[in-house]
Design a protein around this ligand. Structure first.
Ligand code: SF4
Length: 278
């Protein structure tokens, strides 16, 4: 695959994501991080340092993104962004913060940190509900005044909202929610599933290890009662890449395309209308 090459002895990766928290104030259907199931977990600066130090000298991300869950819930957001900026300072790396903008006002230093480390803020809009839009427009108007900070506002609501463009990445189904249970697809075509997957380039840095995609990473944080063992046990045995890996293992990891675990995802693109996330 074309997305593997060396860059000053580092291995190139298309996209690296780090969750500042698994918690979210919204509950969006089909979240690739399962955050609508009230996951817990807050990244501390101490843990983040360990995670970044494990990989920053070995990989060169084209894009690195701090997100969640909702990252503004984490009281250490600015410190985490600073660490991300220092760990991946290359001008060839696009640094991003993706947020729903609900709690920007909890972080008075945010604009300074974003400007200093050239981190773009991406605000995603998740609903066309009038009350929500009123609130979000206030946050957007505020961010628009932040000079020297790159910003992008994307409409992820699934519905047209005047003044906001749709995100290129459409909201698609990645698993089945059936009453109290979450179920995998069983299309038995991992190659096709990988080909249509919108999350396949998004390696996750979690627990100091590299993981193939958000689904396989955060699945294990979902309450076991929601995951029938008979259908999930093989997927939950997935082994991420340890920082002790060899260079050859790292190169192989970032270049591999479909894997057996891709069998848990649909082999066709299934778009759906997103319900109210409140
Ligand atoms: S398991 Fe494979 S197909 Fe499913 S989300 Fe991850 S990379 Fe995509």
């Amino acid at each position: 695959m074309a997305f593997l090459f060396h860059n000053r002895q580092k291995v190139n990766v298309r996209s690296l994501q780090i969750h500042a928290t698994q918690a979210c104030n919204l509950a969006c259907d089909g979240c690739t991080s399962f955050s609508q199931f009230k996951l817990k977990g807050m990244l501390t600066p101490l843990a983040a340092k360990e995670w970044f130090d494990a990989w920053r000298k070995r990989i060169q991300p084209e894009k690195v993104c701090l997100l969640g869950g909702e990252p503004t819930i984490n009281p250490d957001l600015c410190e985490l962004l600073e660490m991300m900026g220092k760990s991946f300072p290359s001008p060839h790396t696009k640094r991003l913060l993706t947020t729903n903008a609900f709690f920007l006002d909890r972080h008075p230093d945010l604009r300074t940190v974003l400007r200093r480390f050239k981190i773009e803020i991406r605000i995603s809009i998740h609903s066309d509900e009038p009350d929500y839009l009123e609130k979000i427009k206030i946050a957007i108007r505020e961010v628009e005044t932040w000079k020297g900070v790159s910003k992008l506002f994307t409409n992820n609501s699934g519905k047209p909202i005047p003044g906001f463009k749709f995100n290129d990445e459409k909201w698609t189904q990645r698993y089945i929610v059936n009453k109290d249970h979450i179920l995998p697809f069983d299309d038995k075509n991992p190659r096709k599933s990988w080909e249509v997957c919108t999350a396949k380039m998004n390696l996750q840095l979690f627990d100091s290890k590299l993981w193939k995609c958000p689904i396989i990473t955060y699945l294990r944080l979902v309450s076991p009662e929601k995951l029938p063992n008979s259908v999930w046990q093989n997927y939950l045995k997935y082994k991420p890449l340890e920082p002790t890996c060899s260079d050859e293992e790292l190169r192989r990891f970032v270049s591999i395309e479909e894997e057996e675990i891709c069998g848990m995802c649909p082999s066709t693109t299934i778009s759906f209308a997103k319900a109210n996330p409140f």
